[in-house]
Structures are given as structure tokens and as C-alpha cells.
Design a protein around this ligand. Structure first.
Ligand SMILES: [Zn+2]
Length: 188
């Protein structure tokens, strides 16, 4: 079971990376001048890092290289039994890639992070024992999870996003193309 889920997760990563690669090539084709600057720009963006624990407003797109490396895969597989994230619940064989269609790179990254809950939410940071991070949200709620931020946290306006949701179940919202993409756009 765990290895099956790990395989789903791997499929999600690969689908996501394929989407991002297509987007990069499309953007380069539309704007050839950027092609020569791309390598220099990439090194610069990789040096930008997240800081602090309240990260659902961050805008960077290049951290994905880190999520995909072997360390993350190893960690995910080790934790597979207890995970509740959307990607672990996605039924075996369900095509993931359409969820990312038509999204910009930044939006696709946001959706990927929502679905894997590796976005820098405090509950997740605390769960992997990042020093000095408590799972509590700034609003006072005990756990700052993706569900809390998307549906409950009083710090955010979300009427436009909720209007796109047919359900308040996180797994369903993030597995439906319309509401998943609305969530990604709302997040950034
Ligand atoms: Zn909150």
C-alpha cells in the first residue's frame, strides 16, 4: 500500500515537472531574448529562499527542484503510512496532469505544494521538526494546515475561491480541475 502511494506521489512529481518544463519552453519560444539570460537568472532565483513559517503568500517558483530530489522522495516514502495529503489519497491510476493544464508555472507550483502539503505551513514545518516552528497559525488556531488556510483562517478573503468549489473536502477540492486551479490562483 505504502509503495503504491509512493508511486502515485512520484507520478504527481513527474507530471508536474513535465508541465513546468513545457511552460519554460513555451515561454522561451515566445521570448527568445530570455533564453540566453535563463541560466544566469536561474542561479539567482535558486539563491532566494523561504524565510519564516507563514508562507502561503510566497511567490517563488524554483524551489521545485528541491521537492523532486531524492531526499524528498526518501522522506515521503518513509512517512507514507501516516500521510493525509491529497496526493496520497488520489486513486491509483487517476491522471494528474490535467489538473496542471493551463496554469502558469507559479500557479502550477502553488497547486503542487497544496496537494502535497509541503508548502511551508507551520503544521508541516513542525512535523518535520524544523527548529522553533510551532504548528499554530498566526490567527490562533492550533494547526496551520492547508485545510485551515484554504477554508477557515480568518486572515484571508476567499469568497471568489469558495465560489469555485463544489465541496469543502480538501481532497475533493484539490482533485477537481476547476476548484484546484482556483485554489492555486487564490494562493498566489
Ligand atoms: Zn489561521
Amino acid at each position: 500500500m505504502a509503495s503504491c502511494r509512493a508511486k502515485d506521489h512520484e507520478n504527481e512529481i513527474q507530471g508536474f515537472l513535465a508541465h513546468q518544463k513545457d511552460r519554460t519552453e513555451q515561454q522561451a519560444a515566445m521570448n527568445p531574448r530570455r533564453r540566453s539570460q535563463r541560466n544566469a537568472g536561474r542561479a539567482q532565483t535558486e539563491r532566494r529562499h523561504r524565510t519564516g513559517g507563514h508562507q502561503h503568500r510566497w511567490r517563488e517558483t524554483t524551489l521545485i527542484a528541491k521537492w523532486a530530489d531524492l531526499e524528498w522522495r526518501r522522506r515521503w516514502q518513509a512517512k507514507a503510512k501516516n500521510r493525509t495529503e491529497t496526493t496520497w489519497k488520489t486513486p491509483w491510476g487517476k491522471p494528474i496532469i490535467p489538473l496542471y493544464e493551463d496554469l502558469t508555472k507559479a500557479e502550477a507550483t502553488a497547486l503542487f505544494l497544496l496537494r502535497t502539503e509541503v508548502i511551508g505551513l507551520n503544521a508541516w514545518l513542525a512535523s518535520i521538526k524544523v527548529p522553533e516552528i510551532l504548528p499554530r497559525c498566526e490567527c490562533g488556531w492550533m494547526r496551520q494546515t492547508v485545510h485551515h488556510v484554504l477554508f477557515q483562517c480568518p486572515q484571508y478573503q476567499r469568497a471568489d475561491f469558495i465560489a469555485q468549489c463544489a465541496s469543502e473536502r480538501l481532497h475533493e477540492v484539490l482533485s477537481n480541475k476547476r476548484s484546484a486551479q482556483a485554489a492555486a490562483k487564490w494562493l498566489i
